[in-house]
Design a protein around this ligand. Structure first.
Ligand code: SF4
Length: 360
């Protein structure tokens, strides 16, 4: 039975037409709320209004950012664009000066940066400098990691960097189960790194980072959820988050395709690849919407590719478009979305293969 609490939440979401589910709102709220200022709230409300009005050229700045420190990874997770080998971009790490250029341009309006995309962020040798640079400007931060590249030195740097939210990923309580998804990962090393983090936190009394341990739930590890929860108790971390449906076996439910609702990625959350290429989202393969090595951030964010994609919701015909957004479950092409209905949840991920990319 639906509780009163759930009812209130869903009413609140309906009233304000919030698309993100409560799982995401709850998960990120603490690290977002403490960085709000009058200027940021004003910008957020303004850009959100423009999204609802389907304005193609935005007056204002993105309130959130997804940023890829690197697309290198130490593992080969099968559902990942990098781990599966489908990412054909060159490999590399974001240049620190390029990162600073972006933050100096739009940082006054940024509420939060998620420092992860396709790759293991802890492989970037200046990740903690990036986080500190954001933190000094009152920008919230989150990192998601497989947590295998770690040490005592890194533990102290992490806990003093100003990082708001650390998501640590593991999916099994023994080596065999763990490496079913985390291909090439050592369960022993993972547990040792958890001990290092827990001990450093306790010894130095550093508690400002929310430590959130995520467990991707597959059929083969469903029976280990309770055991994983118990295993984590001695570490004293803040959250345990089982993430359901990791196998994404369910077909697309057509009721989820809300007709002509402008995609929040296009207005609110741009993504920057390690090489400075801006791409619209992480729902589809990286796509070149503009190069920050040649242009300012706002030139790209209101550049030809972004405006073309936003226009599809109100002004242009998505069925005649070759924009990547016309081939997406969040996009404006209702006919195409009907084709996706009933397909496996990994619908867009079929485009990870080289052969099926209708926008190219
Ligand atoms: S590709 Fe889809 S999810 Fe990504 S920005 Fe376009 S409509 Fe949104």
């Amino acid at each position: 039975m639906e509780s009163k609490y759930n009812f209130n939440i869903s009413s609140f979401q309906k009233l304000f037409k919030i698309e993100h589910n409560w799982f995401h709102i709850k998960r990120h709220f603490a690290s977002v709320s403490k960085h709000l200022t009058y200027r940021k709230i004003k910008n957020l409300v303004s850009v959100e209004m423009q999204r609802r009005l389907k304005t193609p050229v935005i007056k204002g700045y993105p309130p959130f950012l997804k940023l890829e420190p690197t697309n290198l990874c130490n593992l080969k997770c099968p559902n990942c664009f990098t781990g599966s080998g489908a990412d054909k971009r060159g490999k590399g790490m974001m240049d620190f000066d390029l990162y600073k250029k972006v933050i100096d341009e739009i940082g006054d309006y940024l509420i939060k940066i998620n420092f992860y995309f396709w790759g293991e962020p802890f492989l970037h040798h200046r990740l903690f400098d990036m986080i500190s640079y954001a933190s000094e400007r009152n920008i919230g931060s989150c990192v998601s990691t497989n947590f295998l590249i770690f040490s005592e030195v890194k533990a102290e740097k992490l806990l003093t960097s100003g990082l708001d939210h650390l998501i640590i990923c593991f999916d099994g309580v023994d080596q065999k189960t763990y490496e079913s998804y985390r291909k090439g990962g050592s369960y022993r090393k993972f547990i040792r790194n958890m001990e290092i983090l827990s001990e450093t936190r306790l010894k130095k009394n550093l508690y400002s980072t929310i430590i959130d341990v995520q467990f991707l739930v597959f059929d083969y590890n469903r029976d280990q959820i309770e055991e994983a929860k118990k295993l984590l108790i001695p570490f004293g971390f803040d959250r345990f988050t089982p993430k359901m449906n990791a196998e994404q076996k369910d077909p697309y439910d057509p009721s989820l395709f809300r007709p002509n609702v402008p995609c929040y990625w296009l207005w609110l959350v741009p993504t920057i690849g390690w090489d400075g290429i801006v791409t619209p989202c992480c729902d589809m393969p990286p796509h070149d919407f503009g190069d920050l090595n040649k242009h300012s951030f706002m030139e790209v964010f209101n550049g030809e590719q972004y405006v073309k994609a936003r226009r599809l919701y109100k002004y242009d015909d998505p069925e005649k478009s070759k924009s990547i957004c016309a081939f997406c479950h969040r996009g404006p092409n209702e006919k195409y979305k009907k084709k996706l209905a009933g397909m496996n949840f990994q619908g867009p991920r079929i485009f990870f293969s080289d052969t099926k990319r209708p926008w190219e």
